[in-house]
Design a protein around this ligand. Structure first.
Ligand code: TPP
Ligand code: MG
Length: 318
């Protein structure tokens, strides 16, 4: 049984991400945030659990365009992330990246990627480098169930396994690739079983349970650091919002969203903590602290000056 304090830590981490995403949805509706935005509501347990299991000083994560949660869970300041989404000078990338291209290497977050599956070979490269630089770094590539059909992901898994590289392949299986259910794309319903094709372990984990994710990623990181090679983890979850802001989700069967809402990780953990005897007032205080922090960060970012167009070519390599 995990320590109650650890569970409370997961709860706060998930609340921060959820409030952040809710604020982003408002800022997108008001037109302050522009462009394509992919929220991660419902999937927060993966980020809270995985990042708690990684070493903040040396490990590296490579998420997708649905990466606000990873960025926050790695410790990037909410104000700088909001400012980035708002195209402000104070943004974590100077306002040049926006929602789908956040990068925070100083927090071990090596970039969202809008090319589905492209993070897997990049993370594999970072793991290969770790074998030479002696850093003991573990690289974690996070991608969706849809990305499991990208050739680059399979090339990365094969190469990583052959070279026993310290990389964790983490599938955020939210059952959909854009508007298409995973069942319409593959005949197997256990994606982690594909690991056996590359001679590496694979496992399924409850992606709505931050402690289960924490333990699975922790064990995968231990193995990777010990030179035992990569692992494929399939974290089962559901998004409780559309693929992108504005997605009406007409493709979801009746009742599916209600079931997902009943199982979403924040309410679920709060109910478990209640069952463990944690006073309601303590749970409310945690939520309130997260909400206050996030609301203040958004307000501060909104008041910041816009990005400087003269810097548009900075960090651009072609
Ligand atoms: C190589 C490539 N093909 C197609 C797209 C269009 N696209 C953007 S998101 C997405 C869905 C990917 O689904 P999944 O991997 O399950 O991730 P999720 O969005 O569910 O987190 C697709 C097909 C793309 N960005 N890149
Ligand atoms: Mg998906």
């Amino acid at each position: 049984m995990p320590e109650t304090d650890a569970l409370l830590g997961f709860l706060e981490s998930m609340h921060r991400i959820r409030y952040f995403e809710e604020e982003v949805a408002r800022l997108r509706a008001s037109g302050d945030v522009v462009g394509s935005v992919h929220l991660c509501n419902g999937q927060e347990a993966i980020y809270a659990g995985a990042c708690a299991a990684l070493d903040l000083s040396r490990d590296a994560v490579f998420p997708t365009y649905r990466g606000h949660g990873w960025t926050l869970a790695r410790g990037a300041p909410p104000h700088a992330v909001f400012a980035e989404l708002l195209g402000r000078r104070t943004g974590i990338n100077g306002g040049r990246g926006g929602s789908a291209y956040l990068t925070a290497p100083e927090h071990g977050m090596f970039g969202e990627n809008s090319i589905v599956g492209a993070g897997a070979p990049i993370a594999t490269g970072a793991a290969l480098a770790a074998n030479y630089d002696g850093s003991g770094r573990v690289a974690l590539a996070a991608f969706g169930d849809g990305a499991m059909n990208q050739g680059a992901v399979h090339e990365a898994m094969n190469f990583a396994s052959v070279r026993r590289l310290p990389v964790i392949f983490l599938v955020e299986n939210n059952h959909y690739s854009e508007l298409t259910p995973i069942s319409a794309m593959v005949r197997v319903d256990r994606l982690f079983k594909r690991a056996s094709g590359y001679g590496m372990p694979g496992a399924r984990v409850d992606g709505n349970d931050p402690d289960a994710v924490y333990r699975a990623v922790g064990e995968a990181a231990r193995r990777a650091r010990a030179g035992e090679g990569p692992v494929l983890l399939e974290a089962m979850t559901q998004r409780i919002v559309g693929h992108y802001i504005g997605d009406a989700q007409h493709y979801r069967p009746a009742g599916e969203l209600d079931r997902a809402l009943a199982e979403e990780p924040i309410g679920r953990l709060a109910r478990a903590l209640d069952g463990l005897g944690v006073p309601d007032a303590d749970l409310t205080a945690i939520a309130e602290r997260a909400r206050t922090e996030i609301t203040a960060a958004a307000a501060r970012a909104l008041a910041d000056p816009p990005a400087d167009p003269a810097t548009v070519l900075e960090h651009l390599y072609a």
